[in-house]
Design a protein around this ligand. Structure first.
Ligand SMILES: Nc1ncnc2c1ncn2[C@@H]1O[C@H](COP(=O)(O)OP(=O)(O)OP(=O)(O)O)[C@@H](O)[C@H]1O
Ligand SMILES: CC(C)(CO)[C@@H](O)C(=O)[O-]
Ligand code: BAL
Length: 285
């Protein structure tokens, strides 16, 4: 009798082509965690949530050119495949799909892409024209290629999550979307692959974002919440705010009372960071 011993390493298949991916799809359900790599504990939290839902967890690692503007950081985006695979192994992920551009876009740049609609024009969409169309196009492709039953996305990219939910609903894609709360560094900074661009001084200044959101969200009237966050951001000269917005939980207008969201985007040095927190507004008497 032969005993096959599966080591931890055997359990994670690292693949690069769509043909290999198709061969991995032997069981259901399939859970997918889509990433651009440079993995951190935020990504690992998504993997852990995915593991609770499916034996077959696929982590995709692809820096999608379609969602970067001409003056953005596509070329310098950190590419750390070896360390990323180690992180996936440590989480017991079954498959890491790290395709080349040609594997994802075999016909070249697609001539038919997603339209992100009005929700894609505000906030991040206003600062990054075309970003959400490119993001939704690759998400749709990766959902198809992985035949995912359930997909996990972080609340750190709150507008992205809202748009993916909207796409799945509007186009009846038949996949469950699960949102996962933001994982933070012990001092409050939202984990992000782009944090590794920050110099020690920038890293200190960047703390103003999470502090502004946290202290703003401690207030239950909209005016004080916004004023508090605005003041904290203004006190940090190294932070150049792109937007600070108080919206409804669906990113529509903030309600008079009920669940709402406080969102910020800012440049710290050359690095653009985003963050957001939930808050509950109360009608003032
Ligand atoms: N701190 C975090 N907590 C929870 N989920 C996160 C966190 N950071 C990223 N994610 C989620 O991980 C997935 C992949 O994101 P991505 O690879 O762009 O990482 P990122 O850290 O957001 O990178 P970037 O710094 O480029 O924005 C997305 O669903 C994203 O929302
Ligand atoms: C969802 C995603 C992997 C699509 O490229 C990307 O936007 C990201 O990493 O959040
Ligand atoms: N984290 C969202 C993907 C992007 O910034 O392009």
């Amino acid at each position: 009798m032969t005993h096959v011993i599966h080591t931890r390493e055997d359990m994670t298949h690292v693949i690069h082509t769509r043909a290999e991916l198709a061969r991995e799809l032997t069981t259901t359900p399939v859970a997918v965690v889509m990433t651009m790599g440079a993995l951190h504990d935020g990504h690992r939290r998504l993997m852990r949530e995915a593991k609770k839902r499916a034996e077959l967890v696929i982590v995709t690692i692809f820096v999608n050119p379609l969602q970067f503007g001409p003056n953005e950081d596509f070329d310098k985006y950190p590419r750390t495949l070896e360390a990323d695979v180690e992180a996936c192994r440590a989480e017991g992920v079954a498959v890491v799909f790290a395709p080349s551009r040609d594997q994802v876009y075999p016909t070249g740049a697609p001539s038919i892409t997603m339209n992100a609609g009005p929700l894609g024009e505000i906030l991040e969409g206003a600062s990054r024209p075309g970003h959400f169309a490119g993001m939704l196009t690759v998400v749709q492709k990766l959902l198809m290629l992985t035949r995912a039953d359930v997909a996990f996305f972080g609340e750190k990219d709150f507008q992205q999550l809202a748009l993916i939910r909207r796409m799945v609903r509007d186009l009846e894609l038949g996949v469950e979307i699960v949102g996962v709360p933001t994982v933070r560094e012990p001092d409050g900074l939202a984990m992000s692959s782009r944090n590794r661009y920050l110099s020690p001084d920038d890293r200190r200044a960047a703390l103003a974002l999470s502090r502004a959101l946290r202290e703003g969200a401690a207030h239950s009237d909209a005016e004080t919440a916004l004023a508090t966050a605005t003041k904290i951001l203004a006190e940090e000269p190294a932070v150049r705010v792109d937007y600070l917005a108080l919206t409804g939980a669906d990113l529509g207008p903030a309600p008079a009372d009920g669940p709402a969201r406080l969102l910020v985007a800012a440049r710290v040095g050359a690095t653009r960071l985003i963050d957001n927190v939930p808050l509950a507004l109360e009608r003032s008497a």
